[in-house]
Design a protein around this ligand. Structure first.
Ligand SMILES: C[S@@+](CC[C@H](N)C(=O)[O-])C[C@H]1O[C@@H](n2cnc3c(N)ncnc32)[C@H](O)[C@@H]1O
Length: 235
């Protein structure tokens, strides 16, 4: 979403609880050439022994001590994040209940990445603040546009050890309603379930959209499904 509209945005703020994701976007923005250099090094090591190398990088678990290792070498954290994303099954970001990344290897002998895409992303992010934070910490102003892309109801919630459950969905819906009442233009995406429809039935416009679901475990079920886009304003 952000990269699709970045050329039409003024100053923007991207936030997610995943500290490694936030560090990665920060490094892409501030140090793209250093990141590309580290990714070249990952590619060279991966080519020598793909499976062993993937498993050794995955075992590093950069996020374990949160800010400690991240602050010491953010470029290494970002390079690991991009490498694992490109070399794991389906680009799946999945952690176990201890917060340890555990997606399996995609069985590809080469690790490929596009340096030009990283440079283009750096340009798109140049006027953007990136933070690792819970959605409850956001404080948009009247007239701002906020897009929320939470873990989807009844689909997949293994982004972090703290699973995004029904109470989290309720808390998000309640908070965005207060923002909307204060004049913020809010858009939320989520699954098309009775629970989500109920949460946003007051004050939100409900739109059905066909969306790809590339992370479905069942390959046959990976085609488009109906999702919901909920807006506090008319489209
Ligand atoms: C459907 S994904 C969206 C990811 C992102 N928009 C993208 O396109 O790459 C849901 C995201 O919600 C984040 N998340 C989970 N709990 C959160 C919370 N309490 N506050 C903020 N973000 C959270 C996860 O880390 C995950 O990245």
């Amino acid at each position: 979403m952000f990269f699709a509209i970045s050329d039409r945005l003024g100053p923007a703020h991207l936030a997610d609880t995943n500290i490694e994701l936030a560090v990665t976007y920060t490094v892409v923005r501030d140090s793209p050439e250093k990141l590309i250099e580290r990714l070249d090094a990952h590619a060279a090591e991966h080519a020598k022994s793909p499976r062993d190398y993937f498993e050794s990088v995955r075992a590093l678990n950069a996020g374990e001590e949160q800010c400690g290792p991240v602050m010491r070498d953010p470029v290494a954290v970002a390079a690991r994040f991009v490498y694992l994303n490109r070399c794991c099954y389906n680009g799946l970001y999945r952690v176990n209940k201890s917060g340890r990344f555990n997606a399996p290897w995609n069985k590809q002998d080469q690790f490929k990445f596009c340096a030009e895409t990283i440079r283009a992303a750096a340009g798109a992010l140049s006027n953007t603040k990136v933070t690792a934070q819970d959605f409850r910490k956001a404080s948009p102003n009247s007239g701002d546009f906020v897009y929320c892309d939470p873990p989807y109801d009844k689909t997949y919630n293994q982004y972090s050890a703290d699973r995004f459950d029904d109470d989290e969905q309720r808390a998000l819906a309640k908070l965005v309603r207060t923002w909307a009442e204060a004049g913020v233009r809010v858009m939320v995406s989520n699954s098309d379930t009775a629970f989500v429809r109920g949460l946003y039935s007051m004050g939100f416009h409900i739109h059905e959209v066909a969306a790809p679901r590339p992370l479905n475990r069942d390959g046959e079920a990976r085609g488009p499904v109906s999702d919901l886009v909920l807006t506090s304003y008319e489209i």
